[in-house]
Design a binder for this molecule. Structure first.
Ligand SMILES: NC(=O)c1ccc[n+]([C@@H]2O[C@H](COP(=O)([O-])OP(=O)(O)OC[C@H]3O[C@@H](n4cnc5c(N)ncnc54)[C@H](O)[C@@H]3O)[C@@H](O)[C@H]2O)c1
Length: 301
């Protein structure tokens, strides 16, 4: 089923993800209000959306008319209640804190259209718990986007305990309208993507620790052998090993022994070798580029 272009969408949180998500909605032809308590975030988000649209024009992907029309569909607001009034969709993508997300959903729910769907872009919090803050928990779903949203095709739709089939079906249609590919996952730690990525990165670190191959060769194996755009160690350097470690600890706690964090990751985090952001992880970085031959060589314990 197609999405009614008269639908009004509210995106709450104009950070990194909210910017990309709002760009996706206005590009799909939907009137979108981007809400944030921080005025600077709103200004920055509008500028970033305009820049993405302009890049689309210069690459010949969209026309100037389409870019202008998309930008005209975007409005910004600081008052959630006013923005939510009568809206058909609400996507919350504020900072990853359960209390803030629950408060937003509870405040907006009574003001939205009666059959409105509320989506949360949480990376790891429980959709079921966020949904429990309102009576109509069947209309709450996880919509897990990927960064950068305008380039990444996937959206993981997350079913909470009460999420209805209709909510899933309508949200899938919304993803289609945005040109995204959606998959549906029952709420579970790490969903599909973070769980697989954590496992792969951990295993690569175990191989490095055991001296099975150099970092460069492990990454080359996945890039050339499996067509991954990046090796698992390069990816860990990009994500940050501190983030990786906290995800692994959470998965170890919830899903068991197979996610026990590799001791080499713990050692690297203790040493402050967090990856690109500290200039040194598995590889060393100069001018944000990996220094050739700087990867760990194995047998490093
Ligand atoms: N960054 C990623 O790669 C990524 C990927 C998938 C999902 N997520 C999830 O998306 C969400 C947002 O992440 P982000 O990276 O965009 O964060 P961010 O820090 O860039 O942006 C969060 C925004 O929320 C705003 N905010 C905070 N409290 C608010 C409130 N009460 N009302 C309105 N606005 C409020 C902040 O001012 C800020 O602009 C988080 O739940 C995160 O886990 C992030």
């Amino acid at each position: 089923m197609s999405i009614d272009k008269n639908n009004k969408v509210v995106v709450v949180g104009a950070g990194l993800m909210g910017t990309g998500i709002a760009h996706g909605f206005v590009s799909a032809g939907l009137q979108t209000v981007l809400v944030d308590t921080n005025a600077q975030s709103l200004t920055k988000a509008r500028g970033a959306i305009e820049a993405i649209l302009n890049t689309g024009v210069s690459l010949g992907k969209i026309s100037t008319v389409q870019a202008e029309a998309a930008l005209a569909r975007l409005s910004t607001a600081s008052d959630l209640s006013e923005a939510a009034s009568g809206a058909n969709w609400l996507v919350e993508t504020v900072s990853e804190q359960l209390a803030i997300k629950k408060a937003i959903v509870a405040q907006a729910a009574p003001l939205l259209a009666p059959d409105a769907i509320i989506a949360t872009n949480t990376s790891a919090l429980s959709v079921t718990e966020i949904a429990a803050s309102i009576d109509s928990a069947d209309r709450v779903i996880g919509m897990h986007f990927f960064n950068p949203v305008h380039k990444m095709k996937l959206v993981e739709l997350v079913r909470g305990l009460a999420t209805s089939d209709e909510t899933v079906a309508r949200t899938r249609d919304l993803c289609d309208a945005m040109g995204k590919t959606s998959i549906t996952v029952n709420e579970s730690p790490g969903l599909t993507t973070s769980r697989m990525s954590a496992m792969l990165g951990n295993e690569a670190m175990y191989m490095l620790q055991e001296g099975i191959a150099t970092a460069e060769d492990i990454d080359t194996a996945l890039r050339m052998g499996f067509n991954h755009p990046m090796g698992p160690l390069e990816l860990g350097d990009l994500t940050g090993w501190d983030t990786r470690l906290s995800v692994l600890r959470y998965l170890h706690q919830t899903l068991g022994e197979k996610f026990r964090p590799c001791p080499l990751i713990i050692k690297m985090v203790a040493a402050g070798r967090l990856g690109r952001k500290t200039g040194h992880g598995v590889y060393r970085y100069e001018d944000n580029k990996a220094v050739l031959g700087s990867g760990l060589k194995g047998s490093v314990l």
